[in-house]
Design a protein around this ligand. Sequence first.
Ligand code: SF4
Length: 303
Amino acid sequence: MTITLATHQGMCFGVRDALRKTHDTAASGPVTVLGELVHNPVVQQHLETLGVQRADLESVGSSKTSRVIITAHGASDRNREAWREAGYAVTDTTCPLVKKAHAALALLVAQGCQPIVIGQAGHVEVRGLCGDFPAVQVVQDEGEVDQLSFAPRFGVVAQTTQPITKVRALVARLQQRHPEAEIIFKDTVCQPTKDRQAAMERLCRENDLIVVIGGRNSNNTRQLGETALQADVKVRQVETAADLHDAWFHGVDRVGVTAGTSTLDETVQAVVARLKQIDLTQRASSPVGRLAPIIQQAAAALF
Ligand code: SF4
């Protein structure tokens, strides 16, 4: 069984920076993260060992510590200010590429566009994006695009972790539905997501089964899995090496491995090591593998 790691996979700079800032802040006293710092249970458990607490971003005042952290997914200005006004010291770890999406949306609203966000309604990043603009409409598939009423000018941005091919297809669909409307599209899908998606497409062309490593509630991890399904390649999503089952790999010759942007390098390495172990076990139990000691003994007797 060959095991190929995607050329671009795993933790992005935005999540790394947010984790580092949280470590530094936690080192100097009690602190509370407003939400999940990243959608990854391994990271969450690690933060708990540092004594980092959790509270709800939307429930201002719910933190038991006087210092709070806004996650890499960002927050609306309204929410950020509400925490400051309530007397909390706020450390903001919003990824610069999420801030770029906020700025693009604010500009489109200022230009008089009907604001549209392509993304997963209810996701923390999307809630933060929409929080300052009550007129925003969130869409994530063709059916939802088709429901949009006519506006003379649409201003469209995307959640940073959406597949760019899907985003472009939905923008084209909107233009098709309302040919007389002006559509201004700002591509806010982040480069790490684009790189991981492109690497995943290559991986799908070259492998029989893909293992995607990441949290079950991580949007970009789920999107990687969907890319494999669309390419008609078998996919298994795991959070840690312990989730792998030997039976998944019976008769599989080529396995591709990728990971979402909140997955630790250590988790990726552990999954690859476990896959190598599964391969060795399977080879040892194959007919050729079982004959190997006999062949070795015969060879030793002859020479
Ligand atoms: S996925 Fe993209 S936008 Fe999100 S934290 Fe990583 S680099 Fe930033």
